[in-house]
Design a protein around this ligand. Structure first.
Ligand SMILES: Cc1cc2nc3c(=O)[nH]c(=O)nc-3n(C[C@H](O)[C@H](O)[C@H](O)COP(=O)(O)O)c2cc1C
Length: 184
């Protein structure tokens, strides 16, 4: 049995839905970073004992939200002793534009995982980039480092593209499979 945590920030609920789909695919527990950028002591303890940690943030102004960054900086306490070394890590971001500089956020998440000495899980799906591709197709945004999701600026939380939510579940399942293989 693997212990996987999806820790995310969501200002307006869209990234929360993506997080829930990653967690469903991975069989993971969710931790929400508060509007003040904080998590509880119990959350820190859960992260310490997890086999895998999945980071999630909306892309705001071309990078992770300040609340996620506050959490990321607070993980420096773990970095000093490399307490999270050799855990499995993965990450996702959600934003309004098809690109919207999401890649910058994903690289920030991957870099955070690498600072902790983690083992990063790529998306592992081919892009759906032919003429017939639609937002209902998995990986229609063509991610590779991690999961990209899109919530158009006027979309409610119920209107996130189904292809992206399917991608989230597939990525979650891949994270779980790789975590189990490394734990065996
Ligand atoms: C302050 C702010 C900055 C944003 N910057 C970007 C951006 O750089 N690129 C983009 O595509 N969308 C941007 N957006 C749109 C959000 O990424 C999008 O609405 C996303 O779904 C918000 O996720 P949330 O509901 O989990 O907070 C921004 C939104 C806000 C509020």
């Amino acid at each position: 049995m693997t212990d996987i945590i999806v820790i995310y920030h969501s200002g307006y609920g869209h990234t929360k839905v993506v997080a829930e789909h990653v967690a469903r695919g991975a069989g993971a527990t969710l931790i929400a970073i508060s509007p003040e950028g904080d998590i509880t002591e119990a959350d820190w303890a859960a992260l310490d004992k997890a086999d895998a940690i999945v980071f999630g943030s909306p892309t705001y102004m071309g990078n992770v939200s300040w609340q996620f960054k506050k959490f990321a900086d607070a993980t420096s306490k773990k970095w000093f002793t490399q307490a999270w070394k050799d855990k499995v890590f993965a990450g996702f971001t959600n934003s309004a534009s098809p690109s919207g500089d999401k890649q910058v956020s994903l690289i920030a998440l991957q870099t955070l995982a690498s600072q902790h000495g983690g083992i990063w899980v790529s998306l592992g799906l081919l892009p759906n980039n032919k003429k017939a591709a639609t937002p209902a197709d998995p990986n229609n945004l063509g991610g590779s480092v991690g999961l990209l999701a899109r919530s158009p600026a006027d979309a409610s939380v119920e209107e996130i593209h189904t292809g992206d939510l399917e991608t989230a579940e597939l990525y979650g399942a891949r994270i779980a499979a790789i975590t189990a293989r490394l734990k065996a």
